[in-house]
Every structure is written in C-alpha cells, then in structure tokens.
Ligand binder design. Structure first.
Ligand SMILES: [Zn+2]
Length: 203
C-alpha cells in the first residue's frame, strides 16, 4: 500500500466513525429508539395540555411557576418530556406542571426550546411581568414578600382584591382610599409593582 492510499483509507475510517457517533447523540425528532437514548427517557412530540388560558397561565408564570392559580397553594409538581435533540446538543419539548393539592387537579404545560435563550418557554415571549391576573391568594403572598404592613394585607384579604383590581385602583388614584392608607404607602406599593422580579412568589 502506498502512502497516499493508506492516508485515504484512514480518513475514510474517521469519517465513518464520526457519522456513527453523531447519529447516536442526535436522533430524529419523534423517531427515537432505545439505541439513540440508552436512558429510555420519555420522548414525545411537543404538545399542550391542561389549562391553556392566559388568565391563569400569565400569573402562574409570573409567580415563578411556584403557586397554583386555582387553589393558591405552593404545591406544584413538574416534569419534562423531550421531543428532540439537535446536532449541537440543544433539546426541545414540553414541560408539564401539576398541582399536588388534593382534589385541585389544576395543570398546564409550556413548550420549551434550549435554542430560545431569552424565552426558554417560547409561548411566554412578550408576556407582561407583574401582578396582572394575580388571584387574591397570590396577592397576599406578594404583599408578604414586599413586607407590606398587616393593615394593608388585611384590606387586601377582606375586600378579596386581586392583581387586576389593584392595578385599576392605582390607575384611578383610588388605592390609598380603598386600602385605608396614605399616599406614602401607595408609593411603596407602586415600587413593589414596578419591581420586575418582585412578582415571583418562590420561598
Ligand atoms: Zn391547586
């Protein structure tokens, strides 16, 4: 075998090996075999399940996926189902959230994609950060987080105020009157509302 020929055959082996290893780490979406995925993870096409209404999903997302918008408990379970993996190792699929509170049964799902660095959940792109659609239970947790005084929390509780009502009262300059407080306190509440990450209700 001359030098030229031996170089050529070695190159061929390398090419074959590379092609085989790239096949193993990059299965075709929706057609994943046990050889592709030795961990036998669940692979499913992206889907939507459970409650898909903005009115519950926007506040749930703003809570940091931590509290159930139906029962108000911080009792959420989650799992991911991948739909595929790209040549660069990025995966995409569906993330499902389920409330574990007895008899609540609230659930939702979000499609995710590692390629979307700004919005891992593509469906949440452009959603507003804040207390929009917050139910009363969320608002009480939010008031706790921002250390609002018991008198303010008491009014939020007894008047069953939600995020939308607070935003409306603020717009109409009626917040001080409704919460039986002063303008200084309203300024503090407004600061809490404007805090982009202040709506996240994680412990
Ligand atoms: Zn629940």
């Amino acid at each position: 075998m001359n030098v030229f020929k031996s170089c050529f055959s070695r190159d061929k082996e390398v090419v074959e090996f590379t092609a085989r290893s790239s096949m193993i780490i990059s299965p075709v979406s929706g057609r994943v075999t046990e050889i592709d995925d030795p961990n036998k993870d669940v692979w499913r096409e992206q889907y939507s399940s459970g409650d898909q209404k903005d009115k519950s999903r926007i506040p749930f997302w703003n809570s940091g996926f931590s509290a159930c918008p139906k029962c108000g408990e911080r009792n959420m379970d989650r799992f991911e189902e991948r739909a595929g993996i790209r040549y660069n190792g990025e995966t995409y699929g569906t993330e499902v959230f389920m409330c574990k509170t007895k008899d609540c049964k609230w659930s939702t799902s979000f499609k995710f994609d590692d390629a979307n660095t700004d919005n891992w959940h593509s469906e949440t792109a452009g959603w507003p950060r804040g207390i929009l659609h917050f139910p009363n239970t969320y608002l009480l947790m939010w008031a706790d987080k921002h250390k609002l005084p018991p008198t303010v929390k008491h009014q939020i509780f007894i008047q069953k105020l939600d995020g939308n009502k607070i935003l409306k009262l603020l717009e109409e300059n009626k917040l001080a009157e409704t919460l039986k407080t002063n303008e200084k306190m309203v300024k503090r509440i407004k600061k809490a509302i404007d805090d982009r990450h202040g709506c996240i209700l994680l412990h």
